[in-house]
Design a protein around this ligand. Sequence first.
Ligand code: DCP
Length: 226
Amino acid sequence: RGGTRQMATGKPVSSRDGRPTVVCVEGNIASGKTTCLEYFSRTSGIEVLLEPISSWRNVRGHNPLALMYQDPERWAITLQTYVQLSMLKQHLSPCSSSVRMMERSIFSAKHIFVENLFRSGKMPEVDHAVLSEWFDWITENISLPVDLIVYLQTSPETCHERLKRRCREEEKVIPLEYLQSIHQLYEDWLFRQTLAPLLVIPADHDLQEMLQQYEARREQILLTPQ
Ligand code: DCP
C-alpha cells in the first residue's frame, strides 16, 4: 500500500503508512449493524470484527450484560469497564487485511452508552469519573485510528420493533425511552465529533433493501476507489 488514492468524492486520500483502513459501523441497539458487517465479511481482503457481546454475557461464568439491565446503578460500571477493555482489545488486535470493519468502537461505548447511563441517573458520579479517567488515559496515550464512521440511522421505534422480534433474553426489559435516549446521543455525538468522516445510511428499510443499499455504496463504505 502506498501513494495517494482517489475516493468517490474525488478527494485524495493519503496513504495510511501500511496500517489498515478502519471503518466503524455505528447505530442504535438493533439498528442492523451485524447484518451490515456480515454482508461485507463475504468480501475478500476485509476483516470484520463483530462486537464481542458473547463475552459480555459470559465473563468467567458471570453475565454482566444481564446484571446491568437488572440493576444498572449497581452493575453498569461492571459491564462498561469490561466493554471498554474488550473494545480496546478489538482496536489493537493485529490485522493482516487492508480494510478492518468494526462493530461500534471504544468511542461510542463511552460517548453513547456510558453517557446515557450517567445522564439518566443510572450510573453514580464516582463510577462515571473512574470510567472517564480510564477512557481519557487510553485515548490520550494509545493511537486508535478510525478512517470512517458508517452510521446506520434508524428511528427508535424501528429498533424497538426489531428488538421485540429478536427476543434476546437480557434485552426484554429495554423500553422505547431507552432507545430514544441512545438515538439522541448518537445524533448529538456523530454530527459533532472530529474523530473521522461520517457516512449516514438510512436504515429503517427491510433487509432486502438494506442489502441493496450496502451493495450500491460498497466503495463509499469500504473507502476503496470506484
Ligand atoms: N451495550 C451496552 N453498552 C455498550 C454496548 C452495548 O449496554 N457499550 C448493550 C446494548 C445491547 C447489547 O449490548 O443490549 C448489544 O448491543 P448492540 O446494539 O451493539 O448489538 P446488536 O446485536 O443489538 O446490534 P445490531 O442489532 O445492530 O446488529
